[in-house]
Ligand binder design. Structure first.
Ligand SMILES: Cc1cc2nc3c(=O)[nH]c(=O)nc-3n(C[C@H](O)[C@H](O)[C@H](O)COP(=O)(O)O)c2cc1C
Length: 276
């Protein structure tokens, strides 16, 4: 939680001005906070010139502009990033996984209500794979008619595009596996009764993706994972999910077994300028 050091506070009011929940005010010339309305966005901690505010009494360090990546470095980071689905069988050290996963909370939402479940044992990953294949294989073998698949996809909220991608499904069925040896699967989980969004979870995963990349770890957003795993009773049991838990996003991680070499410029995005 956000803590105010009353000794350090000079009552400048910058935290009061920045707080978009209006839960900060000055009383007796010192900042005070109404925790009932605090969304933990932490902008007050980031703006305080005296560093009188902190998260859990951990003194905040100052920004260091010299350590920012240059536009050229960012350009390289963005264009070198590719989804990687084929991984080496090597495991990822838990300390490194923890480092990667922890960058999630620096996403713009700064919402500390999510939690993360990491499946990093081969056995667990294989079980999730089997759960997925138990659904996909019969579908492919028995009911592979576009109309049936389309209706089914709509019913369960699964991506119709994915299920209708016959070569992709066929390959997975032949291999008997949807995965190509990810070392870890990260799930962003939250309580569906509170205001959490898939968008926030995707921000978390984007942070992890880029941090993993600079650490030599490849990733692939598992877009269909959350939809499917969230509904599967076997997967919920394996992940230890409670009744009100919802999976908001999922990411596969692993040491890359492939190396991309080229930056693809692609096409520029159409922009519509409005406003006179
Ligand atoms: C919302 C979303 C969901 C995705 N879901 C999956 C998925 O379930 N499985 C998969 O292999 N790739 C998935 N991807 C990865 C894309 O297919 C991948 O980003 C695309 O192939 C482009 O390649 P790149 O990531 O190398 O730019 C997803 C991407 C997005 C944005």
């Amino acid at each position: 939680m956000i803590v105010i050091d009353r000794e350090q506070c000079t009552g400048c009011g910058s935290c009061v001005k920045i707080c978009h929940e209006s839960c900060l005010s000055l009383s007796d010339g010192v900042a005070s906070i109404d925790y009932d309305y605090c969304s933990t966005c932490s902008q007050c901690v980031a703006i305080c010139p005296e560093r009188a505010l902190s998260w859990d009494n951990v003194p905040p360090a100052a920004f260091d502009a010299a350590r920012l990546p240059s536009p050229e470095q960012l350009d390289e980071l963005f264009k070198q990033r590719r989804s990687i689905r084929l991984y080496k069988k090597d495991r990822i050290d838990r300390a490194l996984l923890e480092e990667i996963v922890n960058y999630g909370i620096y996403a713009p939402t700064h919402n500390y209500s999510f939690r993360v479940i990491v499946v990093d044992k081969e056995e667990g990953i294989q079980t999730l794979d089997r759960i997925l294949m138990r659904f996909i294989s019969p579908l492919y073998n028995i009911a592979y008619r576009p109309k049936i698949v389309g209706t089914l996809a709509k019913l369960i909220g699964f991506s119709e595009e994915y299920l209708l991608n016959k070569p992709k499904v066929e390959n997975a069925v032949k291999r008997g596996s949807a995965f190509r040896h990810p070392a870890a699967i990260v799930f962003i989980v939250g309580d569906k009764r509170i205001a959490l969004s898939v968008d926030s979870a995707q921000y978390y995963l984007a942070n992890m993706t880029f941090y993993a990349q600079v650490k030599g770890i490849a990733s692939c957003l598992w877009g269909n994972g959350p939809i499917f795993m969230d509904k599967s009773r076997a997967a919920r049991r394996l992940l230890g999910l409670q009744k009100h838990d919802r999976i908001f996003g999922s990411l596969l991680l692993g040491y890359p077994a492939v190396r991309f070499k080229n930056k693809v410029e692609g096409r520029t995005m159409p922009i519509q300028w409005l406003g006179g």
